[in-house]
Write a protein that binds this ligand. Structure first.
Ligand code: ZN
Length: 231
């Protein structure tokens, strides 16, 4: 059970984008928050220009997404929201078609520089905090960059499966996540139907990001696997 690892500790959740912690862990958050000292969430690539189906002005996207995140996260309990202010992949001039890659081998030189900047940024997080890090399912370049940047950190680390990506078990894009978790100890948390409905309810608060087509795969995945974490 997750409780014994987090009891009375200070937690830091690393969310590549505004919605990732919600999509991956929303239904589990009340149970987590009940048992910890403090909890902060760092939205890492918090400078955004992505809203589904249309790319709007950067400032407007960032503003809309930040608003959604504040509303959604405050509905879960006391979470201290922080914004690292890094540009997400599309702002860094990546094409939508190249957002998903098969692993760090496919990262660009500029991505490697970004990884080292990010590592330096994350090293400022006090060492007594437990870091929650995306496992990298889905192969989204920003998720991989964040995962790689967290590797040298001295903190105690817990990895979470990136949803909805992890629900897709046939695509090559999950190989990175599968490989990154293979050598780690798995912690599964069983879910109740209350947890699943809370999970979906919170996901839907991310109006510019959540698609109805995610709902079924996410709830099926959670019913079968529970929340999957690794240490
Ligand atoms: Zn993401």
């Amino acid at each position: 059970m997750i409780k014994k690892y987090i009891n009375n500790r200070k937690l830091t959740f690393l969310s590549p984008h505004y919605d990732d912690i919600a999509f991956s862990l929303a239904g589990l958050m009340p149970l987590i928050l009940e048992n910890v000292d403090t909890c902060e969430l760092i939205n890492v690539f918090s400078n955004s220009n992505f809203i589904y189906e249309r790319v709007s002005h950067i400032k407007l996207s960032t503003h809309l997404r930040k608003n959604e995140d504040e509303i959604a996260m405050s509905s879960l309990g006391p979470i201290d929201l922080k914004y690292a202010g890094f540009d997400e992949a599309l702002v860094r001039n990546n094409k939508r078609s190249s957002l998903f890659i098969q692993g760090p081998k496919h990262l660009k030189k500029t991505d490697l520089l970004l990884i080292s900047d990010l590592t330096n940024f994350l090293l400022k997080v006090p060492e007594d905090r437990i870091m929650f890090i995306p496992a990298g399912f889905g192969g989204h370049t920003d998720h991989i960059i964040l995962h790689e940047a967290a590797k040298p950190l001295p903190h105690c680390k817990i990895y979470y499966s990136d949803l909805p990506y992890a629900t897709d078990d046939i695509l090559y894009i999950n190989q990175y996540g599968i490989r990154s978790t293979q050598t780690k100890k798995k912690i599964s948390v069983r879910v109740t139907s209350t947890m699943i409905s809370l999970h979906l309810q919170v996901c839907k608060m991310y109006k510019t990001q959540f698609r109805e087509m995610f709902a079924d795969p996410i709830s099926k995945f959670l019913k079968i696997n529970g929340y999957q974490l690794w240490m």
